[in-house]
Design a protein around this ligand. Structure first.
Ligand code: DGL
Length: 257
């Protein structure tokens, strides 16, 4: 099916997922929507996250998307059940990778850095209870990190200071896995690798999301059967130049939504 895959996030963070999807499914057209004007979602009440997720979904459906990737842990954990119930296309979501971390940890101590909205959600709690029994999970809200990443501050002293404040206690407590529970945070991996002891594995779910998208496309007979060129459209309601930088391309468009 020639229609595009739709991908949305509260901002530029979901481009980390877009890259994984494009790597695994290079013959697919995509449309990426960055709702940066409304970032961070993680500090908003559930009803507002739901309202914004509906708006983003309807935008992508109007563009004819055949599958929607909710490239945002906060939107997934607060809105994906509703979206799946109310729209006909398949949805792929992203949640903090507690299960792989629980399987990998040797110290039985795992850290999760995510937004307030994700950590407060019942979906996160249920996943954590299901997969991390017998494991000590250190949860930390990453207040301020999404704003810094949206401003392109991936390596600034301020970003480093916040990460130290958030992570030092769990590092001292002996975690050996750190789950990045927000699609913005993979952009901090170079800084995290400098800061963290080398025995700590940094885990994110981007690749798993792309694999799941492929599985669902195959199962529903939705893979692109059209010919190249394959097109990638990027829309933002804030700063086009920032989105271009994160997406490594130069074709984002401004959209007032
Ligand atoms: N990328 C979003 C996530 O994965 C960031 C949420 C926010 O805007 O606070 O949760």
């Amino acid at each position: 099916m020639k229609s595009p895959i739709g991908i949305f996030d509260s901002g530029v963070g979901g481009t980390s997922i877009w890259k994984e999807i494009n790597r695994l499914l290079p013959n697919e057209d995509t449309i990426y929507l960055a709702d940066s004007k409304n970032a961070p979602y993680g500090e908003k009440p559930k009803e507002e996250i739901l309202h914004l997720s509906i708006k983003n979904t309807e935008f992508l459906l109007e563009k004819g998307c055949k599958l929607i990737v909710v490239a945002c842990n906060t939107a997934t954990t607060n809105a994906i059940d509703y979206l799946r119930e109310h729209y006909d296309v398949p949805f792929i979501g992203i949640e903090p990778a507690i299960k792989p971390a629980a399987l990998q940890t040797k110290t039985k101590k795992v850290g999760v850095l995510a937004t307030k909205g994700t950590l407060a959600s019942s979906l996160f709690h249920n996943t954590s209870k299901l997969h991390a029994s017998g494991i000590k999970v250190f949860e930390k809200e990453g207040h301020g990190l999404v704003e810094l990443i949206e401003a392109g501050q991936l390596h600034s002293p301020e970003t480093k200071k916040l990460l130290q404040d958030y992570l030092n206690p769990m590092v001292e407590a002996g975690i050996d896995c750190l789950v990045l529970g927000c699609t913005h945070y993979p952009y901090l991996i170079p800084l995290l690798q400098e800061m963290l002891p080398t025995n700590i594995n940094i885990i994110d779910s981007g690749e798993a999301v792309a694999r799941q998208a492929k599985t669902v496309l195959v199962k529903n007979d939705l893979l692109n059967d059209g010919n190249p060129p394959f097109t990638h459209q990027f829309f933002t309601n804030k700063d086009v130049s920032i989105l271009n930088k994160f997406a490594d391309i130069t074709r984002a468009s401004f959209l007032d939504f």
